[in-house]
Design a protein around this ligand. Structure first.
Ligand code: TYM
Length: 340
């Protein structure tokens, strides 16, 4: 029995990490590292290859993302930080879960529909199967809580369905996980088009504010952010540009909505943009300073990731062995798999 609350989450090493990833997910990962939790955080490179990647760039991004996670406060003494493909149990459990997941469940995934529509040469089978690998990531660690942004909600619902189906078919094996989605900051929108979620893959240079953007770039991006033709500054979801700027401001400063509205009473959008930009520049400063230190020490990063993978394997291999035994896989030649 697991006595501590297990937490697991993952992030893809594709594109540049942005403030949406930070506010929706990574910042709460760091905050969840408490005495009563056991946290597993992984850079999901197997998920990244569901769409074409340049091999050199993928490896460089995997290391960069791991260093950003450390800089964002993931403490390798308190959490297990690792790269997904370093723990082979992920791919193996995904296969087993594939065989209990009805095809029809996957056809309903909206992210697959969006992403496959963008693949000109035909989407890979891996992209279709993406959510099952995600379920494997979560179930291997018997995670109770999965801190994610709002866009992962449907994937988490599918994971819960797969878990319950497996447990019903083969007996209680996996913990049914729960998503942890923040009320504020779970869906940060693009600065260029506030009707679209901020994403790593958008081409427009003013779409996302990246975690490693220098202060002048951050200021310029906010200056160019799309707003509307009205003038008053208040939290109104029907005015997505201003609402998004105010949400980013609130997430970085921790102020209440009332305090923010009072602060900007009688002021213009130019003032709002400048103030949000400063809040973001200041909010990211410690992360950027720590990143500069970690990125200069590749040996330290190697050591953290090697240790993380070793610790992850201990838990993941045990869960996988149990799942295989329950499904009846293998000849049972080794002691453990013959135990009933
Ligand atoms: P990924 O790499 O797209 O994003 C990482 C995390 O950032 C959140 N996020 C956002 N939050 C707020 N506003 C946004 N605009 C925004 N964009 C992204 C995402 O919700 C996510 O929490 N499928 C996952 C990776 C994954 C995973 C897992 C997550 C693989 N296995 C197991 C949890 C558990 C993904 O693509 O995240």
């Amino acid at each position: 029995m697991v006595s501590k609350v297990r937490v697991l989450s993952g992030i893809q090493p594709t594109g540049n990490l942005h403030i949406g990833n930070y506010l929706g997910a990574v910042r709460q990962w760091a905050a969840m590292q408490e005495d009563n939790t056991e946290c597993y955080y992984c850079v999901v490179d197997l998920h990244a290859i569901t769409v074409p990647q340049d091999p050199k760039e993928l490896r460089a991004k995997t290391r960069e993302v791991a260093a950003i996670l450390l800089a964002a406060g993931i403490d390798p003494k308190r959490s297990v930080l690792f790269v997904q493909s370093d723990v082979t149990a992920h791919a193996e459990l995904a296969w087993i879960l594939n065989c209990v997941t009805p095809f029809g469940w996957l056809t309903r995934m909206t992210q697959f529909k969006d992403k496959s529509a963008r693949q000109q040469e035909g989407a890979s089978a891996g992209l279709f199967d993406y959510p099952v690998l995600m379920a494997a990531d979560i179930l291997l660690y018997q995670a109770h809580k999965v801190p994610v942004g709002e866009d992962q909600k449907q994937h988490l619902e599918l994971t819960r369905d797969i878990t319950m189906r497996f447990n019903r078919l083969f007996g209680e094996t996996f913990t049914v996980p729960e998503p942890r989605i923040l009320e504020i900051g779970a869906r940060i929108m693009g600065l260029d088009d506030p009707t679209k979620k901020m994403s790593k893959s958008e081409a427009n240079a003013n779409h996302a504010v990246n975690l490693l953007d220098p202060p002048d770039v951050i200021r310029r991006k906010f200056q160019r952010a799309t707003t509307d033709s009205l003038t008053d500054i208040r939290f109104d979801e029907n005015r997505p540009g201003v609402f998004n700027l105010l949400t980013i401001c609130q997430s970085f400063t921790g102020e209440t909505q009332e305090a923010i509205v009072t602060r900007f009473a009688g002021k213009g959008y130019g003032d709002l943009k400048r103030a949000v930009a400063e809040a973001v520049v200041e909010g990211l400063r410690p992360l950027q300073e720590r990143y500069a230190v970690y990125s200069k020490d590749p040996a330290q990063l190697d050591a953290v990731l090697r240790d993380g993978a070793a610790r992850a394997r201990v838990v993941a291999d045990k869960t996988l062995a149990d799942a295989k035994r329950r499904v009846g896989l293998g000849a049972g030649a080794d002691q453990e798999s013959r135990v009933q």
